[in-house]
Design a protein around this ligand. Structure first.
Ligand SMILES: C[S@@+](CC[C@H](N)C(=O)[O-])C[C@H]1O[C@@H](n2cnc3c(N)ncnc32)[C@H](O)[C@@H]1O
Length: 562
Protein backbone atom coordinates (compact mmCIF):
# COMPACT_ATOMS: atom_id res chain seq x y z
CA UNK A 1 0.00 0.00 0.00
CA UNK A 2 1.38 3.38 -1.01
CA UNK A 3 1.78 5.85 1.85
CA UNK A 4 1.07 9.56 1.69
CA UNK A 5 4.85 10.17 1.74
CA UNK A 6 5.36 7.96 -1.28
CA UNK A 7 2.51 9.69 -3.09
CA UNK A 8 4.09 13.06 -2.35
CA UNK A 9 7.45 11.85 -3.70
CA UNK A 10 5.81 10.46 -6.83
CA UNK A 11 3.82 13.66 -7.35
CA UNK A 12 6.80 15.97 -7.02
CA UNK A 13 9.01 13.72 -9.17
CA UNK A 14 6.31 13.76 -11.86
CA UNK A 15 6.02 17.56 -11.67
CA UNK A 16 9.78 17.85 -12.07
CA UNK A 17 9.79 15.46 -15.02
CA UNK A 18 6.84 17.08 -16.78
CA UNK A 19 8.38 20.53 -16.46
CA UNK A 20 11.56 19.07 -17.96
CA UNK A 21 13.56 19.90 -14.89
CA UNK A 22 12.61 23.59 -14.84
CA UNK A 23 10.55 23.04 -11.69
CA UNK A 24 12.41 21.52 -8.78
CA UNK A 25 11.07 20.46 -5.42
CA UNK A 26 14.25 21.89 -3.88
CA UNK A 27 13.14 25.37 -5.02
CA UNK A 28 9.74 25.02 -3.34
CA UNK A 29 9.57 25.83 0.33
CA UNK A 30 6.73 23.54 1.39
CA UNK A 31 5.99 20.05 2.50
CA UNK A 32 2.70 18.43 3.50
CA UNK A 33 1.45 17.09 6.84
CA UNK A 34 -1.79 15.94 8.47
CA UNK A 35 -3.76 18.74 10.14
CA UNK A 36 -6.17 17.60 12.86
CA UNK A 37 -9.71 18.03 11.54
CA UNK A 38 -8.61 19.37 8.15
CA UNK A 39 -7.02 16.47 6.26
CA UNK A 40 -3.62 17.37 4.90
CA UNK A 41 -2.08 20.83 4.71
CA UNK A 42 1.02 22.54 3.36
CA UNK A 43 3.78 23.67 5.74
CA UNK A 44 6.85 25.87 5.35
CA UNK A 45 10.12 23.95 5.26
CA UNK A 46 12.15 27.06 6.20
CA UNK A 47 11.77 30.64 7.43
CA UNK A 48 10.40 32.69 4.53
CA UNK A 49 10.90 36.41 4.12
CA UNK A 50 7.85 38.70 3.57
CA UNK A 51 6.51 38.86 0.03
CA UNK A 52 8.70 36.14 -1.41
CA UNK A 53 7.59 33.15 -3.48
CA UNK A 54 6.88 29.98 -1.56
CA UNK A 55 5.59 27.69 -4.25
CA UNK A 56 5.01 27.72 -7.98
CA UNK A 57 3.15 25.19 -10.07
CA UNK A 58 4.24 24.27 -13.62
CA UNK A 59 1.49 25.22 -16.08
CA UNK A 60 1.77 21.90 -17.88
CA UNK A 61 0.77 20.00 -14.71
CA UNK A 62 -2.54 21.87 -14.26
CA UNK A 63 -5.55 19.67 -14.94
CA UNK A 64 -8.08 21.52 -17.13
CA UNK A 65 -9.80 20.81 -20.45
CA UNK A 66 -7.21 22.56 -22.60
CA UNK A 67 -4.35 20.59 -21.08
CA UNK A 68 -6.42 17.39 -21.31
CA UNK A 69 -6.86 17.98 -25.02
CA UNK A 70 -3.18 18.83 -25.48
CA UNK A 71 -2.06 15.70 -23.58
CA UNK A 72 -4.51 13.50 -25.53
CA UNK A 73 -3.24 14.89 -28.84
CA UNK A 74 0.34 14.18 -27.83
CA UNK A 75 -0.57 10.65 -26.73
CA UNK A 76 -2.39 10.08 -30.02
CA UNK A 77 0.61 11.31 -31.99
CA UNK A 78 2.79 8.86 -30.02
CA UNK A 79 0.31 6.06 -30.84
CA UNK A 80 -0.65 5.65 -27.19
CA UNK A 81 -4.09 7.23 -27.02
CA UNK A 82 -5.80 7.56 -23.67
CA UNK A 83 -9.11 5.66 -24.01
CA UNK A 84 -10.39 7.01 -20.68
CA UNK A 85 -10.21 10.67 -21.53
CA UNK A 86 -13.18 12.92 -22.14
CA UNK A 87 -14.22 12.52 -25.81
CA UNK A 88 -13.09 15.73 -27.46
CA UNK A 89 -16.46 16.52 -28.94
CA UNK A 90 -17.72 16.88 -25.38
CA UNK A 91 -15.03 19.29 -24.24
CA UNK A 92 -16.05 22.90 -23.67
CA UNK A 93 -15.84 25.27 -26.58
CA UNK A 94 -12.64 27.17 -26.74
CA UNK A 95 -13.75 29.27 -29.67
CA UNK A 96 -15.87 32.38 -29.75
CA UNK A 97 -19.55 32.37 -30.57
CA UNK A 98 -19.23 33.12 -34.27
CA UNK A 99 -17.36 29.90 -34.91
CA UNK A 100 -20.18 27.92 -33.33
CA UNK A 101 -22.77 28.82 -35.90
CA UNK A 102 -21.81 25.92 -38.14
CA UNK A 103 -22.02 23.47 -35.24
CA UNK A 104 -24.57 20.69 -35.73
CA UNK A 105 -27.36 20.08 -33.26
CA UNK A 106 -25.85 16.68 -32.36
CA UNK A 107 -22.50 18.25 -31.52
CA UNK A 108 -24.23 20.85 -29.39
CA UNK A 109 -26.09 18.20 -27.43
CA UNK A 110 -22.92 16.61 -26.10
CA UNK A 111 -21.01 19.77 -25.23
CA UNK A 112 -20.23 20.15 -21.53
CA UNK A 113 -18.66 22.82 -19.34
CA UNK A 114 -15.20 22.85 -17.77
CA UNK A 115 -16.70 21.84 -14.41
CA UNK A 116 -18.46 18.86 -15.98
CA UNK A 117 -15.49 17.91 -18.15
CA UNK A 118 -13.17 17.78 -15.14
CA UNK A 119 -15.70 15.77 -13.12
CA UNK A 120 -16.02 13.32 -16.03
CA UNK A 121 -12.27 13.02 -16.48
CA UNK A 122 -11.77 12.20 -12.80
CA UNK A 123 -14.71 9.80 -12.77
CA UNK A 124 -13.47 7.87 -15.80
CA UNK A 125 -10.00 7.62 -14.32
CA UNK A 126 -11.06 6.53 -10.85
CA UNK A 127 -9.90 3.03 -10.12
CA UNK A 128 -12.84 1.19 -8.55
CA UNK A 129 -10.62 -1.49 -7.07
CA UNK A 130 -8.39 0.77 -5.01
CA UNK A 131 -10.92 3.59 -4.56
CA UNK A 132 -8.07 5.78 -5.75
CA UNK A 133 -7.73 7.51 -9.07
CA UNK A 134 -4.51 6.04 -10.40
CA UNK A 135 -5.40 5.50 -13.99
CA UNK A 136 -2.80 3.65 -15.96
CA UNK A 137 -3.60 5.83 -18.94
CA UNK A 138 -3.80 9.34 -17.58
CA UNK A 139 -0.66 11.47 -17.65
CA UNK A 140 -2.01 12.92 -14.37
CA UNK A 141 -1.91 9.52 -12.63
CA UNK A 142 0.56 10.69 -9.96
CA UNK A 143 -1.67 13.65 -9.20
CA UNK A 144 -4.92 11.66 -9.23
CA UNK A 145 -3.32 9.36 -6.73
CA UNK A 146 -3.09 12.21 -4.20
CA UNK A 147 -6.82 13.06 -4.29
CA UNK A 148 -9.01 12.18 -1.29
CA UNK A 149 -10.03 8.53 -1.27
CA UNK A 150 -13.64 9.36 -0.51
CA UNK A 151 -15.94 12.21 0.43
CA UNK A 152 -18.33 9.92 2.24
CA UNK A 153 -19.41 10.41 4.94
CA UNK A 154 -17.73 13.68 5.92
CA UNK A 155 -18.86 15.94 3.08
CA UNK A 156 -22.45 17.10 3.74
CA UNK A 157 -23.46 16.61 0.09
CA UNK A 158 -23.12 12.88 0.75
CA UNK A 159 -25.78 13.23 3.47
CA UNK A 160 -28.30 13.99 0.71
CA UNK A 161 -27.16 11.35 -1.80
CA UNK A 162 -28.02 7.82 -0.66
CA UNK A 163 -25.15 5.31 -0.84
CA UNK A 164 -25.56 1.82 -2.28
CA UNK A 165 -26.53 -0.88 0.24
CA UNK A 166 -23.08 -2.43 0.21
CA UNK A 167 -21.40 0.87 1.11
CA UNK A 168 -19.87 0.85 4.62
CA UNK A 169 -21.66 4.13 5.31
CA UNK A 170 -25.09 2.77 4.43
CA UNK A 171 -26.01 2.01 8.06
CA UNK A 172 -25.43 5.58 9.21
CA UNK A 173 -26.90 7.28 6.18
CA UNK A 174 -30.47 7.69 7.40
CA UNK A 175 -29.22 9.44 10.52
CA UNK A 176 -26.89 11.66 8.47
CA UNK A 177 -29.81 12.52 6.21
CA UNK A 178 -31.99 13.24 9.23
CA UNK A 179 -29.28 15.45 10.65
CA UNK A 180 -29.29 17.49 7.45
CA UNK A 181 -33.04 17.67 7.01
CA UNK A 182 -34.06 18.28 10.63
CA UNK A 183 -31.17 19.86 12.48
CA UNK A 184 -29.44 22.21 10.04
CA UNK A 185 -30.31 25.90 10.05
CA UNK A 186 -32.85 26.31 7.25
CA UNK A 187 -30.57 28.64 5.31
CA UNK A 188 -27.72 26.09 5.52
CA UNK A 189 -30.02 23.32 4.29
CA UNK A 190 -31.11 25.57 1.40
CA UNK A 191 -27.44 26.08 0.48
CA UNK A 192 -26.71 22.37 0.69
CA UNK A 193 -29.75 21.55 -1.43
CA UNK A 194 -28.51 24.11 -3.95
CA UNK A 195 -25.17 22.28 -4.14
CA UNK A 196 -27.05 19.00 -4.57
CA UNK A 197 -29.14 20.44 -7.39
CA UNK A 198 -26.00 21.62 -9.17
CA UNK A 199 -24.42 18.20 -8.72
CA UNK A 200 -27.49 16.47 -10.14
CA UNK A 201 -27.72 18.86 -13.07
CA UNK A 202 -24.07 18.45 -14.00
CA UNK A 203 -24.08 14.67 -13.71
CA UNK A 204 -27.33 14.49 -15.71
CA UNK A 205 -25.43 16.23 -18.52
CA UNK A 206 -22.76 13.54 -18.36
CA UNK A 207 -25.25 10.68 -18.26
CA UNK A 208 -26.85 12.09 -21.37
CA UNK A 209 -23.74 13.21 -23.24
CA UNK A 210 -21.50 10.14 -22.94
CA UNK A 211 -24.03 7.64 -24.40
CA UNK A 212 -24.76 10.07 -27.23
CA UNK A 213 -21.07 10.25 -28.11
CA UNK A 214 -20.72 6.48 -27.85
CA UNK A 215 -23.70 6.06 -30.17
CA UNK A 216 -22.01 8.22 -32.79
CA UNK A 217 -18.46 7.04 -32.25
CA UNK A 218 -18.41 3.59 -30.60
CA UNK A 219 -15.33 3.02 -28.47
CA UNK A 220 -15.05 -0.32 -26.66
CA UNK A 221 -12.79 0.80 -23.79
CA UNK A 222 -14.75 3.93 -23.02
CA UNK A 223 -18.04 2.03 -23.26
CA UNK A 224 -16.78 -0.62 -20.83
CA UNK A 225 -15.54 1.96 -18.36
CA UNK A 226 -18.70 4.04 -18.62
CA UNK A 227 -20.84 0.98 -17.97
CA UNK A 228 -18.92 0.48 -14.69
CA UNK A 229 -19.25 4.08 -13.55
CA UNK A 230 -21.46 4.35 -10.46
CA UNK A 231 -23.22 7.23 -8.79
CA UNK A 232 -20.47 7.04 -6.14
CA UNK A 233 -17.79 7.55 -8.82
CA UNK A 234 -19.63 10.58 -10.20
CA UNK A 235 -20.10 12.00 -6.72
CA UNK A 236 -16.41 11.53 -5.99
CA UNK A 237 -15.35 13.12 -9.29
CA UNK A 238 -17.72 16.06 -8.93
CA UNK A 239 -16.81 16.76 -5.32
CA UNK A 240 -13.13 16.78 -6.17
CA UNK A 241 -13.83 19.47 -8.72
CA UNK A 242 -16.09 21.41 -6.38
CA UNK A 243 -13.62 21.46 -3.48
CA UNK A 244 -10.26 21.55 -5.25
CA UNK A 245 -10.29 23.86 -8.28
CA UNK A 246 -9.06 27.41 -8.53
CA UNK A 247 -10.14 30.10 -10.92
CA UNK A 248 -7.79 30.14 -13.89
CA UNK A 249 -8.39 32.25 -16.96
CA UNK A 250 -8.33 29.68 -19.76
CA UNK A 251 -9.67 32.15 -22.30
CA UNK A 252 -12.80 30.03 -22.57
CA UNK A 253 -15.75 32.06 -23.74
CA UNK A 254 -18.83 32.17 -21.54
CA UNK A 255 -21.42 29.49 -22.13
CA UNK A 256 -23.27 30.67 -25.25
CA UNK A 257 -27.03 30.23 -25.22
CA UNK A 258 -27.06 27.94 -28.20
CA UNK A 259 -23.93 25.94 -27.73
CA UNK A 260 -24.63 23.60 -24.83
CA UNK A 261 -26.80 20.59 -24.26
CA UNK A 262 -30.36 20.62 -23.07
CA UNK A 263 -30.54 23.85 -21.21
CA UNK A 264 -34.21 23.68 -20.49
CA UNK A 265 -34.99 20.01 -20.10
CA UNK A 266 -32.37 19.60 -17.39
CA UNK A 267 -33.24 22.55 -15.29
CA UNK A 268 -31.49 24.94 -17.56
CA UNK A 269 -28.24 26.74 -17.54
CA UNK A 270 -29.62 30.16 -17.00
CA UNK A 271 -27.65 33.20 -17.94
CA UNK A 272 -27.50 34.03 -14.25
CA UNK A 273 -25.07 31.20 -13.59
CA UNK A 274 -21.49 32.41 -13.34
CA UNK A 275 -20.55 31.23 -16.81
CA UNK A 276 -17.01 32.41 -16.69
CA UNK A 277 -16.29 30.61 -13.41
CA UNK A 278 -17.80 27.38 -14.67
CA UNK A 279 -15.62 27.58 -17.74
CA UNK A 280 -12.36 28.96 -16.44
CA UNK A 281 -11.02 26.92 -13.59
CA UNK A 282 -8.43 24.27 -13.02
CA UNK A 283 -7.15 21.64 -10.64
CA UNK A 284 -3.69 22.44 -9.38
CA UNK A 285 -1.51 19.56 -8.20
CA UNK A 286 0.23 20.14 -4.87
CA UNK A 287 -1.30 23.59 -4.40
CA UNK A 288 -4.63 21.86 -3.74
CA UNK A 289 -3.19 20.53 -0.50
CA UNK A 290 -3.39 24.05 0.98
CA UNK A 291 -6.22 24.63 3.45
CA UNK A 292 -8.48 27.66 3.78
CA UNK A 293 -8.13 30.35 6.40
CA UNK A 294 -9.91 33.63 6.90
CA UNK A 295 -7.12 35.24 8.88
CA UNK A 296 -6.24 38.78 7.91
CA UNK A 297 -2.55 39.45 7.68
CA UNK A 298 -2.43 43.15 7.04
CA UNK A 299 -0.09 43.89 9.90
CA UNK A 300 1.50 40.65 10.80
CA UNK A 301 -0.57 38.67 13.23
CA UNK A 302 -3.96 40.17 13.96
CA UNK A 303 -6.13 40.15 17.05
CA UNK A 304 -8.42 37.65 15.40
CA UNK A 305 -5.44 35.45 14.75
CA UNK A 306 -4.31 35.63 18.35
CA UNK A 307 -7.82 35.01 19.67
CA UNK A 308 -8.33 32.11 17.30
CA UNK A 309 -5.11 30.85 18.91
CA UNK A 310 -3.68 29.96 15.59
CA UNK A 311 -1.15 28.17 17.69
CA UNK A 312 -0.57 25.83 14.85
CA UNK A 313 0.97 28.92 13.20
CA UNK A 314 -1.16 29.16 10.12
CA UNK A 315 0.02 31.91 7.78
CA UNK A 316 -2.30 33.41 5.25
CA UNK A 317 -0.58 33.58 1.89
CA UNK A 318 -1.61 34.98 -1.45
CA UNK A 319 -2.15 32.90 -4.56
CA UNK A 320 -1.37 34.84 -7.71
CA UNK A 321 -1.86 34.05 -11.35
CA UNK A 322 1.47 34.36 -13.07
CA UNK A 323 3.16 33.76 -16.36
CA UNK A 324 4.98 30.47 -15.92
CA UNK A 325 8.30 31.71 -17.27
CA UNK A 326 8.28 34.25 -14.43
CA UNK A 327 7.10 31.74 -11.83
CA UNK A 328 9.61 29.07 -12.66
CA UNK A 329 12.48 31.53 -12.76
CA UNK A 330 11.33 33.33 -9.63
CA UNK A 331 14.84 32.91 -8.20
CA UNK A 332 16.07 35.41 -10.77
CA UNK A 333 14.43 38.78 -10.51
CA UNK A 334 13.64 39.15 -14.20
CA UNK A 335 9.95 38.67 -14.87
CA UNK A 336 8.99 37.64 -18.36
CA UNK A 337 6.99 40.17 -20.31
CA UNK A 338 5.60 37.56 -22.70
CA UNK A 339 1.84 37.84 -23.16
CA UNK A 340 -0.11 35.78 -20.68
CA UNK A 341 -1.62 32.99 -22.83
CA UNK A 342 -3.36 30.10 -21.11
CA UNK A 343 -0.43 27.77 -21.89
CA UNK A 344 1.85 29.70 -19.59
CA UNK A 345 -0.64 30.91 -17.07
CA UNK A 346 -0.31 29.26 -13.68
CA UNK A 347 -0.30 29.79 -9.92
CA UNK A 348 2.29 31.09 -7.54
CA UNK A 349 1.95 31.28 -3.74
CA UNK A 350 3.55 34.29 -2.07
CA UNK A 351 4.30 35.03 1.56
CA UNK A 352 2.35 37.92 3.13
CA UNK A 353 4.04 41.28 2.66
CA UNK A 354 4.12 42.15 6.35
CA UNK A 355 4.94 38.94 8.14
CA UNK A 356 7.69 36.40 8.32
CA UNK A 357 6.68 32.81 7.83
CA UNK A 358 8.47 30.54 10.24
CA UNK A 359 9.63 27.05 9.41
CA UNK A 360 6.75 24.74 10.32
CA UNK A 361 3.98 27.36 9.85
CA UNK A 362 0.98 26.15 7.89
CA UNK A 363 0.61 27.80 4.49
CA UNK A 364 -3.06 28.70 4.02
CA UNK A 365 -5.01 31.02 1.79
CA UNK A 366 -8.56 32.33 1.66
CA UNK A 367 -10.72 30.29 -0.73
CA UNK A 368 -12.98 33.32 -0.87
CA UNK A 369 -14.97 35.61 1.42
CA UNK A 370 -17.25 32.72 2.37
CA UNK A 371 -19.77 32.50 5.20
CA UNK A 372 -19.78 29.42 7.44
CA UNK A 373 -22.76 28.04 5.54
CA UNK A 374 -20.95 28.27 2.22
CA UNK A 375 -17.82 26.63 3.63
CA UNK A 376 -20.05 23.92 5.08
CA UNK A 377 -22.12 23.22 1.97
CA UNK A 378 -19.36 23.56 -0.62
CA UNK A 379 -16.18 22.47 1.20
CA UNK A 380 -17.50 20.36 4.07
CA UNK A 381 -16.15 22.16 7.14
CA UNK A 382 -17.18 24.88 9.58
CA UNK A 383 -14.54 27.17 11.13
CA UNK A 384 -14.15 26.99 14.89
CA UNK A 385 -14.79 29.72 17.38
CA UNK A 386 -17.07 32.14 15.49
CA UNK A 387 -14.01 33.92 14.11
CA UNK A 388 -14.92 33.89 10.44
CA UNK A 389 -15.07 37.58 9.50
CA UNK A 390 -17.28 36.75 6.52
CA UNK A 391 -19.83 34.86 8.54
CA UNK A 392 -23.37 36.16 8.62
CA UNK A 393 -26.76 35.00 9.70
CA UNK A 394 -29.63 35.44 7.26
CA UNK A 395 -32.88 36.40 8.98
CA UNK A 396 -35.49 36.77 6.25
CA UNK A 397 -37.87 34.22 7.77
CA UNK A 398 -37.66 35.58 11.33
CA UNK A 399 -38.05 39.19 10.26
CA UNK A 400 -40.87 38.56 7.81
CA UNK A 401 -42.77 36.44 10.33
CA UNK A 402 -42.43 39.14 13.00
CA UNK A 403 -43.55 41.74 10.46
CA UNK A 404 -46.60 39.75 9.37
CA UNK A 405 -47.65 39.48 13.01
CA UNK A 406 -47.42 43.23 13.48
CA UNK A 407 -49.00 44.67 10.34
CA UNK A 408 -51.89 43.82 8.05
CA UNK A 409 -51.19 41.75 4.92
CA UNK A 410 -52.05 44.79 2.75
CA UNK A 411 -49.57 46.99 4.61
CA UNK A 412 -46.84 44.33 4.46
CA UNK A 413 -47.44 43.93 0.72
CA UNK A 414 -47.26 47.69 0.06
CA UNK A 415 -44.16 48.27 2.17
CA UNK A 416 -42.51 45.19 0.60
CA UNK A 417 -43.16 46.72 -2.80
CA UNK A 418 -41.48 49.96 -1.69
CA UNK A 419 -38.49 47.98 -0.42
CA UNK A 420 -38.33 46.00 -3.65
CA UNK A 421 -38.50 49.15 -5.80
CA UNK A 422 -35.50 50.46 -3.92
CA UNK A 423 -33.55 47.19 -3.87
CA UNK A 424 -33.93 46.48 -0.14
CA UNK A 425 -36.34 43.54 0.04
CA UNK A 426 -34.95 40.49 1.89
CA UNK A 427 -31.37 39.26 2.47
CA UNK A 428 -31.57 40.68 5.98
CA UNK A 429 -28.39 39.73 7.84
CA UNK A 430 -26.44 40.25 11.06
CA UNK A 431 -22.65 40.14 11.39
CA UNK A 432 -20.02 39.95 14.10
CA UNK A 433 -17.32 41.54 11.89
CA UNK A 434 -16.14 44.17 11.42
CA UNK A 435 -16.97 44.91 15.06
CA UNK A 436 -19.00 45.99 16.84
CA UNK A 437 -21.48 43.20 15.98
CA UNK A 438 -24.28 44.76 13.95
CA UNK A 439 -27.36 44.28 11.80
CA UNK A 440 -26.72 44.84 8.09
CA UNK A 441 -27.62 48.11 6.43
CA UNK A 442 -30.33 46.25 4.46
CA UNK A 443 -31.92 44.97 7.65
CA UNK A 444 -31.82 48.37 9.34
CA UNK A 445 -33.31 50.03 6.28
CA UNK A 446 -36.14 47.51 6.01
CA UNK A 447 -36.92 47.73 9.73
CA UNK A 448 -37.02 51.51 9.60
CA UNK A 449 -39.66 51.34 6.88
CA UNK A 450 -41.56 48.63 8.75
CA UNK A 451 -41.82 50.92 11.77
CA UNK A 452 -42.98 54.11 10.10
CA UNK A 453 -46.65 54.98 10.32
CA UNK A 454 -47.90 55.83 6.87
CA UNK A 455 -51.36 55.36 5.32
CA UNK A 456 -51.79 52.62 2.71
CA UNK A 457 -53.01 55.20 0.19
CA UNK A 458 -49.75 57.15 0.53
CA UNK A 459 -47.71 54.04 -0.13
CA UNK A 460 -49.87 53.12 -3.12
CA UNK A 461 -49.51 56.63 -4.54
CA UNK A 462 -45.71 56.40 -4.34
CA UNK A 463 -45.72 52.90 -5.90
CA UNK A 464 -47.90 54.14 -8.77
CA UNK A 465 -45.70 57.14 -9.45
CA UNK A 466 -42.36 57.28 -7.64
CA UNK A 467 -41.46 60.51 -9.48
CA UNK A 468 -44.34 62.42 -7.90
CA UNK A 469 -42.81 64.98 -5.56
CA UNK A 470 -45.81 65.05 -3.24
CA UNK A 471 -45.01 62.29 -0.77
CA UNK A 472 -46.40 61.65 2.69
CA UNK A 473 -43.92 63.17 5.25
CA UNK A 474 -43.23 59.83 6.99
CA UNK A 475 -42.47 58.16 3.66
CA UNK A 476 -40.41 61.20 2.62
CA UNK A 477 -38.32 60.74 5.78
CA UNK A 478 -37.65 57.15 4.68
CA UNK A 479 -36.72 58.25 1.14
CA UNK A 480 -34.38 60.89 2.60
CA UNK A 481 -32.74 58.14 4.61
CA UNK A 482 -32.21 56.13 1.41
CA UNK A 483 -30.65 59.16 -0.27
CA UNK A 484 -28.31 59.59 2.70
CA UNK A 485 -29.80 62.99 3.52
CA UNK A 486 -30.65 61.76 7.04
CA UNK A 487 -29.13 59.08 9.29
CA UNK A 488 -32.41 57.96 10.74
CA UNK A 489 -36.12 58.69 10.55
CA UNK A 490 -36.83 59.76 14.13
CA UNK A 491 -35.79 58.83 17.67
CA UNK A 492 -39.06 57.01 18.10
CA UNK A 493 -38.54 55.00 14.90
CA UNK A 494 -34.97 54.19 15.91
CA UNK A 495 -36.09 52.96 19.34
CA UNK A 496 -38.73 50.74 17.75
CA UNK A 497 -36.15 49.30 15.32
CA UNK A 498 -33.67 48.59 18.13
CA UNK A 499 -36.41 46.97 20.20
CA UNK A 500 -37.28 44.74 17.26
CA UNK A 501 -33.63 43.74 16.75
CA UNK A 502 -33.40 42.89 20.45
CA UNK A 503 -36.53 40.73 20.31
CA UNK A 504 -35.34 38.98 17.15
CA UNK A 505 -31.99 38.20 18.82
CA UNK A 506 -33.73 36.85 21.94
CA UNK A 507 -36.08 34.71 19.88
CA UNK A 508 -33.21 33.41 17.75
CA UNK A 509 -31.08 32.63 20.82
CA UNK A 510 -33.97 30.77 22.38
CA UNK A 511 -34.42 28.71 19.19
CA UNK A 512 -30.69 27.98 19.02
CA UNK A 513 -30.66 26.85 22.65
CA UNK A 514 -33.42 24.36 21.87
CA UNK A 515 -31.65 23.12 18.72
CA UNK A 516 -28.39 22.61 20.58
CA UNK A 517 -30.21 20.69 23.32
CA UNK A 518 -31.83 18.48 20.68
CA UNK A 519 -28.47 17.95 18.97
CA UNK A 520 -26.98 16.98 22.32
CA UNK A 521 -29.47 14.11 22.50
CA UNK A 522 -28.10 12.74 19.23
CA UNK A 523 -24.87 11.93 21.06
CA UNK A 524 -26.87 9.29 23.01
CA UNK A 525 -26.50 6.40 22.45
CA UNK A 526 -22.96 7.06 21.35
CA UNK A 527 -22.97 7.51 17.56
CA UNK A 528 -20.24 6.29 15.22
CA UNK A 529 -17.18 8.51 15.03
CA UNK A 530 -18.23 9.84 11.61
CA UNK A 531 -21.74 10.65 12.76
CA UNK A 532 -20.38 12.35 15.89
CA UNK A 533 -18.13 14.52 13.68
CA UNK A 534 -21.11 15.41 11.50
CA UNK A 535 -23.21 16.34 14.56
CA UNK A 536 -20.37 18.54 15.86
CA UNK A 537 -20.15 20.31 12.49
CA UNK A 538 -23.87 21.15 12.62
CA UNK A 539 -23.54 22.25 16.26
CA UNK A 540 -20.71 24.57 15.24
CA UNK A 541 -22.94 26.31 12.69
CA UNK A 542 -25.47 27.05 15.44
CA UNK A 543 -22.84 28.06 17.99
CA UNK A 544 -21.28 30.51 15.54
CA UNK A 545 -24.75 32.05 15.03
CA UNK A 546 -25.11 32.29 18.78
CA UNK A 547 -21.91 34.37 18.82
CA UNK A 548 -23.38 36.80 16.30
CA UNK A 549 -26.72 37.17 18.14
CA UNK A 550 -25.03 37.60 21.53
CA UNK A 551 -22.75 40.20 19.99
CA UNK A 552 -25.59 42.19 18.43
CA UNK A 553 -27.56 42.07 21.70
CA UNK A 554 -24.52 43.39 23.50
CA UNK A 555 -24.13 46.20 20.94
CA UNK A 556 -27.79 47.15 21.51
CA UNK A 557 -27.38 47.01 25.30
CA UNK A 558 -24.29 49.19 25.09
CA UNK A 559 -26.22 51.77 23.06
CA UNK A 560 -23.99 51.43 20.00
CA UNK A 561 -25.36 53.46 17.11
CA UNK A 562 -25.54 51.45 13.90
C1 LIG B 1 -8.30 22.09 -1.51
S1 LIG B 1 -8.53 20.89 -0.30
C2 LIG B 1 -7.26 21.24 0.86
C3 LIG B 1 -6.43 20.02 1.21
C4 LIG B 1 -7.15 18.97 2.01
N1 LIG B 1 -7.04 19.27 3.43
C5 LIG B 1 -6.63 17.59 1.72
O1 LIG B 1 -6.31 16.85 2.65
O2 LIG B 1 -6.58 17.21 0.55
C6 LIG B 1 -10.01 21.48 0.43
C7 LIG B 1 -10.54 20.61 1.55
O3 LIG B 1 -9.70 20.71 2.68
C8 LIG B 1 -10.45 20.78 3.90
N2 LIG B 1 -10.20 22.09 4.52
C9 LIG B 1 -9.68 23.18 3.95
N3 LIG B 1 -9.54 24.18 4.83
C10 LIG B 1 -10.00 23.72 6.01
C11 LIG B 1 -10.14 24.29 7.30
N4 LIG B 1 -9.78 25.53 7.57
N5 LIG B 1 -10.67 23.51 8.28
C12 LIG B 1 -11.06 22.24 8.03
N6 LIG B 1 -10.96 21.65 6.82
C13 LIG B 1 -10.43 22.37 5.81
C14 LIG B 1 -11.90 20.61 3.49
O4 LIG B 1 -12.20 19.25 3.57
C15 LIG B 1 -11.90 21.05 2.04
O5 LIG B 1 -12.92 20.46 1.27
Amino acid sequence: MTSDDERWNQLTAWMQELSQGQWKLADQRVTFREVPGAGRGLFATQDIEPGSTILSIPAVTLLHPRNIQRADDEAQAANQPNPLSVPHRMLPHSTVNKRLQGTSAKQVETRITTTEALALYLTLNRQPSTQRADSTYSPWAEYLNTLPVSFRPWHPLTWLVKPPVDDPNYQDWNRMNDLAEKYLPKTALDKLQGVCKRYRRHTAMLRKGVPLVLQEEPDGKLERRWSQVTEEDLLWGWLNVNTRTLYLQLDMPSIPNTAYADRNALGGRKRTEPDSEQQNHSMAPLLDLANHSHLHMENGSTQAEQRAGVSRGARLCAVHLVDESAAISSKSSTKSDAPLGWRKRTFEVCAPKNAIIKKGDEIVFAYGPHSDETLFAEYGFVPLGGENPWNEVVLDDLINTAWQKRESPAMVALKSEVLEMNGYLNEYTMHAYPGPPHPSHRLLTALRLMYIKVPEAALQKYIDDPTNKKVHPALQAFLDLLMGVEDNISDENEQAVRGCIRRVCLEALDGIGKKLAALQLLHQPQPSEHLADAIRMVERLWINYQTIFHGVMQSINQGIIF
